[in-house]
Design a protein around this ligand. Structure first.
Ligand SMILES: [Zn+2]
Ligand SMILES: [Zn+2]
Ligand SMILES: [Zn+2]
Length: 102
């Protein structure tokens, strides 16, 4: 079932907009892991979190690609093609180290 993601030219490599899930911060809620929208920099919580804001962000905006914001993880995900992009950092042209300040 593994296919190729055709949206990787849309990756903007943005800085995270917030230091946690944007919606959870507003609600005062908590999350498990964080996902960064690679189109607009929206930070949302993963599908293991009860609110699943990263997936909801895709539902709202149709931004196809997110990546894990966890330090130890280096992968992205395309919601449209439903493929893993791994390792994610090598797909970036700049190759600079991401700084996550949590
Ligand atoms: Zn794709
Ligand atoms: Zn959230
Ligand atoms: Zn987005």
């Amino acid at each position: 079932m593994q296919e190729t993601c055709t949206h990787q030219d849309q990756i903007q490599n943005p800085s995270p907009n917030t230091n946690g899930c944007e919606e959870c911060l507003k609600m005062g809620d908590s999350w498990v892991h964080l996902r960064l929208c690679e189109i607009c920099g929206h930070v949302g919580c993963c599908d293991s979190s009860k609110n699943r804001h990263a997936t909801k962000h895709f539902g709202k905006t149709e931004h196809p690609i997110m990546r894990s914001l966890e330090q130890a993880e280096d992968w992205g995900w395309c919601y449209v093609d439903e493929v893993m992009i791994e390792p994610f950092s090598r797909k970036k042209s700049s190759g600079r180290k991401e700084q996550t300040t949590l």
